[in-house]
Design a protein around this ligand. Structure first.
Ligand code: KIV
Ligand code: ZN
Length: 386
């Protein structure tokens, strides 16, 4: 079976930038956008142009700069937002307007004080209006995760008729379980008339730590675009992490799904975004955390030194990390110690290792991590002993 492509829609510069303290200026956004384009992203959501003159300017400058990816601007379902987004995107080679409205009962009642019929009308009008400016219109049904499937299908059908090319099914509040979100996508695939004219997109938030799992469940059930951010940044607990989606699809060839992202750039991309946003990456973050390829317990270290496949399911080089690391702690064993001595140029014999291991344990019990300076001191002690 031929592998099918999943379009990667990056929203680091829009949903990611909504994180408190992560505001970027235009120059910083341009640096990130250029790198995202090189990374092989299909769609870059550059911002929400109506939200501020600064955001408008950034979207406009990104539109001029980006060579390959589609450039997308977010709007609410009203004329002013759409006109301003169209203006900001006018220099883009491949512009997309991303418009939409809340569809869950809670959004309809509390946000809009409205009715389901009115929401469908507003959705249709917004898509038609956006379509008068650009060919590529993505519609988001905000809070689709908590919208009942029958009504969601009616909304999808109506906006496809109005010209939407992509249907975004956001789990805005990160509430769904993977099985449930996957079934939602399957339901829409099977019940929306005209669905073959549009692609379904996953946009999952991470409030319960399920964003990536939900997005993958969506893709398995027929979605062909995943919306995500570098380092999983985004509102509250964040969005689906781009690096996780890319590596899951790369490692699980059995899914017959792939992306065009150059995974070898993931590590530097992550550092760039973290540095510019001033948002550190947690060390145990999957794929790009500092400990993602670090082994510190003796049993694991011994296995990895014999053959890295024992405890590694990915090659660190595939995500742009030179090599996995063997961290020396009080839990490390002789083979890790010998390995690290070799790494700094000392090939020790079995007898020497016995002595050095005793010295090592004395140091390791008093420290979180034993470093190369400690190893050099141990070698000096060994030389004195001889
Ligand atoms: O989470 C969400 O629903 C969104 C939409 C605006 C696409 O970010
Ligand atoms: Zn979102």
């Amino acid at each position: 079976m031929n592998s099918e492509k999943i379009e990667i829609f990056d929203t680091t510069l829009r949903d990611g930038e909504q994180v408190p303290g992560c505001k970027l200026n235009t120059e910083q956004k341009l640096i990130i956008a250029e790198r995202l384009d090189k990374l092989g992203i299909d769609v870059i959501e550059a911002g929400f142009p109506v939200s501020s003159p600064g955001d408008f300017h950034s979207v406009s400058e990104i539109s001029k700069l980006v060579k390959n990816a589609k450039v997308c601007g977010l709007t609410r379902a009203n004329k002013k937002d759409i006109e301003i987004a169209a203006e900001a995107l006018k220099y883009a080679k491949r512009p997309r307007i991303h418009t939409g409205i809340g569809t869950s009962d809670s959004h309809i009642k509390y946000k809009f004080n409205s009715t389901r019929e009115d929401i469908i009308e507003r959705a249709i009008d917004a898509v038609k209006y956006a379509k008068s400016f650009v060919e590529d219109v993505e519609f988001y049904a905000e809070d689709a995760g908590r919208t009942d499937n029958e009504f969601l299908a009616r909304v999808c059908e109506a906006v496809i008729k109005a010209g939407a090319t992509v249907l975004n099914i956001p789990d805005t509040t990160g509430y769904c379980l993977p099985e449930e979100y996957g079934q939602k996508i399957k339901y829409l695939k099977e019940n929306v008339r005209g669905i073959e004219k549009a692609i379904l997109s996953c946009h999952c938030h991470n409030d319960l730590g399920l964003a990536t799992a939900n997005s993958i469940a969506g893709a398995i059930n027929g979605a062909r675009q995943i919306e995500c951010t570098i380092n999983g940044l985004g509102e509250r607990a964040g969005n689906t992490a781009l690096e996780e989606v890319v590596m899951i699809l790369r490692q699980h060839k059995d899914l017959n799904l792939h992306t065009n992202v150059n995974s070898k750039m993931l590590n530097t991309m992550s550092s760039l975004v973290s540095d510019l946003m001033g948002m550190p990456v947690q060390p145990n973050k999957a794929i790009i955390g500092a400990n993602a390829f670090a082994h510190s317990s003796g049993i694991h270290q011994d296995g990895v030194i014999k053959n890295r496949e024992t405890y590694e399911i990915m090659n660190p080089e595939d995500v742009g990390v030179n090599e996995s690391s063997i961290i020396l702690t009080a839990r490390s064993g002789r083979s890790a110690l010998a390995y690290r001595f070799k790494h700094i140029g000392f090939d020790v014999t079995k007898n020497e290792l016995d002595f050095l291991y005793g010295e090592f344990l004395k140091v390791a019990d008093g420290k979180k991590e034993v470093d190369n300076d400690d190893l050099t001191l141990m070698m000096t002690a060994l030389t004195r002993k001889i």
